[in-house]
Design a protein around this ligand. Sequence first.
Ligand SMILES: *Cc1c(COP(=O)(O)O)cnc(C)c1O
Length: 337
Amino acid sequence: MRTIDLRSDTVTQPTEAMREAILHAPVGDDVYGEDPTVNALQERLASELGFEAALFVPTGTQSNLLALMSHCERGDEYIVGADAHTYRFEGGGAAVLGSIQPQPIPQEADGTLPLDRVEAAIKPDDPHFARTRLLALENTWHGRPLPFGYLAQARELATRRGLGFHLDGARLYNAAIAYGRAPRDVAAGFDSVSVCLSKGLGAPVGSVLLGSAALIAKARRWRKVAGGGWRQAGMLAAAAMHALDHHVERLADDHRRAARLADGLGGIDGLQLKGCHTNMVFVDVPATRLKDLAAHMASHGIRLSIGYLPSIRLVTHLDVDDTAVKRTIDAFRAFAY
Ligand SMILES: *Cc1c(COP(=O)(O)O)cnc(C)c1O
């Protein structure tokens, strides 16, 4: 029985074609800036997403951290969603490693930070306060594409109040597919953007930070300090290039399969469908049944993310096909709630 892993879109295996691309990648020492495949990836993404420069890094967490540390200095503050990844799921890195104070703002159900609350949280220039320097958004947020018009409104506020504007775009390509827009339209207006290649795009490792040449120069320095100065990373950049060539349009398949999954789960008594956004489906069961459900699904070869979020999360990706969707619905149906 083939395991169906719906915990996250990070669990994908590199395809045969991707492994081929990795095998034949020209490489060099990236700390010297001499890896041709890394350089090609960085130049390509900077040009495609509309930025001066880009930096290939091991993880989205490091990419966001480098962005925050490049925008802010010790004693500065960034405004961020209270349930945003950089604030909640990155070990407090901005504060721990960057001496940057987060100012969390409770988010609406659609992931937006109410802009009047953002504005009210900006501190006056006074030694009592941290210096508010940056506004950070996340798109998609728990699978939700932010309302497209909100991006320009938030940009307007950041400009008017002199704040930098960062996007954690780990799943920016999912957002682009959901909007039916070019990825560069989703990145437009931000001073820095972090994108993950290792989520729905299916590369084994890697994220890219985009920004001005000056910002990326700072980020490159912090990457070295953080121990992220890697060497013949072109083998990983080759996988990322392959993902950009072959795995962007197909994100629509993941979204379609998530919708199909939600459709099938929606009709099951005792299971509450909480939402379906891009490649993520959220369901609830009575808390007393969670453990049994996990065991039941495991016995059907299905892995789920249970316990990290209030709801159970199911994520579709490259290794989840139509048969897997059907098997998952059948397994949920067979459970006594
Ligand atoms: C996964 C993720 C990250 C971090 O990526 P890692 O590569 O796991 O460190 C950042 N932001 C969001 C929204 C993510 O989903």
